[in-house]
Design a protein around this ligand. Structure first.
Ligand code: E4P
Length: 219
């Protein structure tokens, strides 16, 4: 499974990149709004810092303006992926962009059939929103399974990017559904790295080692 960080915070990205497990980044207008008004600078730094794909979401609304802005995003950096919300009026735009070879991440996907529609247009990533499903009492795990099953049944190439993951159980369910990618908030990745039993175990091993009062293992 590929792991993307779901943030536009450069400090958090910089701190977690050395772990070697980060394959890309997903930003959105909400993430960007927390990082100040120099959105160009923030996005430029993130694209330069991260070798993998960086999703940048369109903020225009009219399809013509969306098409223009999507091309600008695609030209902004080699690793930029254009994030476009699922909407019927954007379908022609999506078709045009995929035919031009632009990498797209279709966001705010909430049903398996929405996923199928954009898979037919050859988008690179499809982002179902697990947390927002669970927020309204819908079992996100079941819907995600339906989408990953659709992908195997019809053998489409679009990658299923499990998004809106807010807790470990949702992430674990995305693994079980064999989603291609999970985008996770930095705090969730921290939780995986810092387990109290692992930390306690390290302390206990060290305490026992210290009893030997030796300088090195092979002296
Ligand atoms: C990522 O691509 C999405 O924009 C993000 O995961 C949404 O998460 P949220 O539902 O917690 O806002």
């Amino acid at each position: 499974m590929k792991i993307f960080l779901d943030t536009a915070n450069r400090e958090l990205i910089k701190n977690l990149l050395p772990t070697g497990v980060i394959d890309g980044i997903t930003t959105n207008p909400s993430h960007l709004s927390k990082e100040g008004s120099d959105t160009r600078g923030v996005l430029r730094d993130i694209c330069a810092m991260v070798p993998g794909p960086v999703s940048i979401e369109i903020v225009e609304k009219h399809p013509d303006a969306v098409l223009k802005q999507a091309r600008e995003i695609a030209a902004f950096a080699k690793n930029a992926v254009v994030k476009i919300p699922f909407a019927v009026e954007y379908m022609p735009v999506i078709k045009t962009l995929t035919s031009e070879g632009v990498k797209l991440n279709i966001t705010l996907v909430f049903t398996p059939l929405q996923a199928l529609m954009v898979a037919k247009l050859g988008v690179t990533y499809i982002s179902p929103f697990l947390g927002r499903w669970d927020d309204i009492g819908v079992d996100s795990a079941e819907l995600l399974e339906q989408i990953t099953d659709l992908k195997s049944t019809y053998d489409f190439e679009s990658e299923i990017l499990a998004a809106s993951i807010r807790n470990i159980i949702q992430w674990q369910k995305a693994v079980e559904a064999a989603a291609d990618v999970a985008t996770v908030p930095p705090a969730l990745l921290d939780q995986v790295f810092k387990h109290p039993l692992t930390e306690r175990g390290i302390e206990l091993f060290d305490a026992d080692w210290q009893k030997l009062a030796k300088k090195s293992l092979f002296e």
